[in-house]
Ligand binder design. Sequence first.
Ligand SMILES: Nc1ncnc2c1ncn2[C@@H]1O[C@H](COP(=O)(O)OP(=O)(O)OP(=O)(O)O)[C@@H](O)[C@H]1O
Ligand SMILES: [Mg+2]
Length: 320
Amino acid sequence: MSAPILKVNDVRVYYHTEAGAVKAVDGVTLDVPRGMKMGLVGESGCGKSTLAMAFMRLIKPPGRIETGQIELDGTDLVAISEEHMRRVRLNEISLIPQGAMNSLSPVARVRKQIIDGIRDHDGRMTQAELNDRVEEVLEAVDLRPEVADMFPHELSGGMKQRVCVAIAISLRPKVIIADEPTSALDVVVQRQVMETIQRLQQELGISMILIGHDMGLMAQSVERLAVMYSGRLAELADVDAIFEEPLHPYTQLLISTLPVLGARGVFRGIPGITPSLLTPPPGCLFHPRCPEAQEICQQKVPAWQEIRPGRWVACHKYEV
Ligand SMILES: Nc1ncnc2c1ncn2[C@@H]1O[C@H](COP(=O)(O)OP(=O)(O)OP(=O)(O)O)[C@@H](O)[C@H]1O
Ligand SMILES: [Mg+2]
């Protein structure tokens, strides 16, 4: 098997607020295999977008990457210069940010927004090449060429989101991170946009990280799934294995609260609230809500371990 496209090791991202450090990402380790569709799922505020922004090295103050390595095809993105990173973005790794369709500029035509994105990260293309590329990427996301000359307010939500996907693939990156790409859309449009993203992922051989909090959508869309809880990973495995035999009590609860397996379902009905990332409890962060918590869970952080090939979990139940 070839080396993973992305190797993430012990990444920590803290926001330094007046009240103290918010440990939004606190020791995340995972590999993304080449060409893989990987999901990252977890409740609101657990650090998914922060992790995505860290992968792009776009964390803004008061946030900071404290430690860790993010190796993209062998290059540690945490260590390279800002200038180097600018060339990596969009060319090698790109992000469809959360709420991207609402952050398109209202005063610029689609063509200009795509071209500006390309120019920021690759200054070598001629105007003719840029125009060709615009047409090419619009076609790739199933939009008519005329869309290039429209303004965002002339487009439906689904079309705007397709423009964001077009921007993300405009320089043919190896990895795309899609942060809740369809959560603002209605169910039918959501499915259509997801189908386009899936097709592109396959055709272009891109590795994808899909972020969301809908376990049902994940079940249909990804091959591997990472479950995040309060800044740390709880579990990581092939998506079938997670649904057949969830190991972490948190994953078990997530799945048991789904209305019907495979149906759409956003988290609900898990008792208790998520811990403060400012003053987290000692031990396992899930222990206050865990139906199986033991004494050790209140005292010791469980190790993030590969207990079987490809199956990672952080829970004292499985520690050897
Ligand atoms: N600029 C900031 N300053 C302080 N805290 C922040 C900042 N940005 C995010 N946080 C905190 O970091 C934590 C993780 O936030 P993040 O947006 O990464 O979560 P998320 O999993 O993407 O949530 P959602 O599902 O709602 O998008 C939250 O507790 C949030 O309040
Ligand atoms: Mg988010």
